[in-house]
Design a protein around this ligand. Structure first.
Ligand code: SAM
Length: 452
């Protein structure tokens, strides 16, 4: 693997950069695979697959080798998210400032697809509202799929340009900008990225990063936090942006306590002494990454936004729902077309405000729709962390679970007729309807496994 000469030269003098061992680690071809377990789904991962903990994340684990995730039913149950280890540092960075369940916090993940940081945030702060936004439509669809599998009801997925947030002045407590970047941090994992790298592209990316940040910083509340991160090693996309955030956006830099033995490099920017945290693959088990935290210390006014009213279910629908939802907490139900969705009561006015300006792809969890008096349950509910009442369950072994996930035909002995939750190792994969002579498979066809 030959790294561009101009790239190596551009890093001379950058704190933590050691040319020899940096180049050597890119030559080894070693691949690090890591997963972050879903703390609200309690999956049991076979201990012999694991290769130690990611030190800066309470649910992060390294794997001995990269298995076929596609053929693991637990992956489809949202029991874990395959996430690069360095980026899991977001948990430590935020937790060192805000502990607890995040009750009432409004968090925006602006550049969210495919969903690594958003799913981390949704589980880290289960009582916060997570607005997970992606500008590119096809990537927003992947984000919806991953958010659905993660199943946290506190997520709203939007598909908007950062500019569309301009009316949300002072709205968010935390904004995460995991910015599109020149991608040098991924060279070891994705050697194709090397051919895309150029000094010109670094400049282009840094200008785009400033544009994105200029649009979104005004959306921070007074005392709100901005987390800025990239997977680039270039100063122009990291410390120089940190300088710009302090000098032009008037934010204050926040430092993060880190353990020495993690080998994360703390940097201090040239002009404004802003703290940043660099991850080098030759120093730790993870890919290249940069993260910095800032605080809005100035007074910010809040825009008053028009509230869009949400359609309420009918009285008979609410009565029909009651036996299924008896132990749902903080529940608010609204309708989208004919489907009924669960959303957190605490954030209803925020959802109404978001709906007035943004394209909402998914808010909360779809429970299902009524056909006459019968509830047709939804896949979103099945894979969510919301309680599962009202229907029987079928437990499948691994081969039959794969068959289910392929949307194939299978049979089970002694299943109750009617709707059933389909479970693998206790976790719900989806729904089937058992009829006297066959089983109808309701796994979403667009997400079915195609691989043999
Ligand atoms: N945060 C994600 C995660 O952890 O899974 C990864 C985000 S990736 C580094 C950057 C994202 O920014 C991409 O999904 C990309 O489509 C999006 N993006 C590209 N151009 C953008 C722009 N002009 N404004 C906002 N986001 C943009």
């Amino acid at each position: 693997m030959n790294l561009p000469q101009s790239f190596i030269e551009s890093l001379a003098g950058v704190k933590g950069f050691d040319k020899k061992s940096f180049e050597a680690v890119h030559q080894t071809g070693e691949q690090v695979t890591s997963i972050r377990l879903h703390p609200q789904k309690y999956a049991i991962v076979q201990p012999d697959l694991l290769n130690g903990k990611v030190p800066w994340n309470s649910n992060g684990y390294y794997l001995k080798e990269r298995p076929s995730f596609t053929l693991d039913p637990l992956f489809h149950a949202g029991a874990y998210y395959v996430q690069e280890a360095s980026s899991m540092f977001l948990e430590h960075a935020l937790h060192s400032i805000i502990k607890g369940a995040g009750k009432g916090l409004k968090i925006l993940d602006l550049c969210a697809a495919p969903g690594g940081k958003s799913t981390l945030l949704a589980s880290l702060y289960p009582e916060a509202l997570i607005v997970s936004n992606e500008v590119i439509k096809s990537r927003a669809a992947v984000l919806v799929e991953n958010a659905t599998k993660w199943g946290m009801p506190n997520m709203v997925v939007t598909n908007n340009d950062p500019e569309h947030f301009k009316d949300f002045t002072g709205f968010f407590d935390i904004i995460v900008v995991d910015a599109p970047c020149s991608g040098s941090g991924m060279f070891r994992k994705d050697p194709d990225a090397i051919n895309e790298w150029s000094e010109q592209n670094v400049i282009h990316c840094s200008q785009r990063q400033e544009r994105i940040l200029a649009n979104i910083v005004p959306c921070l509340k007074e005392n709100g936090l901005l987390v800025y991160s990239t997977c680039s090693y270039s100063l122009a996309e990291d410390e120089k942006i940190a300088d710009w955030l302090v000098s032009e956006m008037k934010l204050e830099s926040r430092s993060i306590q880190i353990e020495n033995h993690w080998n994360i490099i703390e940097t201090i920017s040239d002009q404004q002494n802003a703290y940043g945290y660099r991850f080098y693959p030759n120093l730790l088990k993870g890919e290249g990454f940069y993260l910095a935290v800032f605080q809005q210390t100035e007074t910010v006014g809040q825009d008053r936004l028009r509230a869009v009213s949400l359609v309420q279910p009918s009285k008979s629908e609410l009565e029909g729902l009651a036996s299924f939802t008896a132990d749902f907490s903080d529940a608010f139900y609204f309708k989208q077309n004919s489907a009924i969705r669960y959303f957190s009561e605490s954030f209803v006015s925020d959802l109404q405000a978001l709906s007035s300006r943004l394209y909402i792809k998914k808010a909360g969890v779809e429970l299902g729709e009524f056909k006459g008096k019968s509830l047709i349950p939804s896949h979103e509910w099945a894979v969510s962390v919301l309680p599962k009442n009202g229907f029987s369950s079928i437990q499948l072994d691994k081969d039959t679970a794969i068959q289910f996930l392929k949307r194939g035909i299978f049979s089970v002995e002694n299943a109750d007729t009617g709707w059933n939750w389909v479970r693998f190792q206790g976790l719900v994969l989806g729904l089937v309807k058992v009829l006297p002579n066959r089983i109808n498979n309701y796994y979403p066809s667009e997400w079915r496994i195609l691989k043999d």
